[in-house]
Ligand binder design. Structure first.
Ligand code: MN
Length: 191
């Protein structure tokens, strides 16, 4: 089975001003599309062809891992947003955040700092283990915490291609704006 680029559940300009139409068109429509095409070229006519994407990520390395994980990560990232997003999480996830980080504001600060300080290209993740413990982790390049047995809940893309058209070198501004478009109902459903 070959993969296709899923249509986003919002218009290309719906996340403005946090993420511009142009960035959605390039980041999702071109960068993500290329990762999926590379993935398809690598799995076509191989024994990986019928595996779910998660299993390809967990059982590969090198170019296949990089393209499979980037394909998955970008879908996860773009499907975490909504033009009606923002605000604060509620329910059990909120309780876990308050318990572990002290407050939602302290969590936001720590998560954003992890993204600002990540050197080079990568992702900052919120994930959980089977006991519901939360983890903020930085990962280079195509990393994904599922390779460490964790369940991803939220991710910020800190590759320059994620923000350079809109924010140039101002990564902190780009990351701070993302809090305004996070769909917490989706994030909570992953917990
Ligand atoms: Mn990206």
């Amino acid at each position: 089975m070959l993969y296709t680029l899923p249509s986003l559940p919002y218009a290309d300009d719906a996340l403005e001003p946090a993420i511009s139409k142009k960035t959605v068109e390039f980041h999702y429509g071109k960068h993500e599309k290329a990762y999926i095409e590379n993935l398809n070229n690598l799995i076509q006519n191989t024994d990986k062809c019928d595996l779910p994407l998660e299993e390809i990520i967990l059982s590969s390395s090198g170019a296949l891992f990089n393209n499979a994980s980037q394909a998955w990560n970008h879908i996860f990232y773009f499907f975490s947003f909504s033009p009606d997003g923002g605000g604060e999480p509620k329910g059990e996830l909120r309780q876990a955040i308050d318990r572990q980080f002290g407050s939602f504001e302290l969590f936001k600060k720590q998560f954003t700092e992890a993204g600002i300080k990540l050197f080079g290209s990568g992702w900052v993740w919120l994930s959980c283990d089977n006991e519901g413990n939360l983890f903020i982790t930085q990962g280079s390049n195509a990393s994904n915490p599922m390779t460490e047995g964790l369940t991803p809940l939220l991710v910020f893309d800190v590759w320059e291609h994620a923000y350079y058209l809109d924010y140039q070198n101002r990564r902190a501004d780009a990351l701070n704006a993302l809090w305004n478009i996070i769909d917490w109902d989706i994030v909570e459903s992953r917990f």
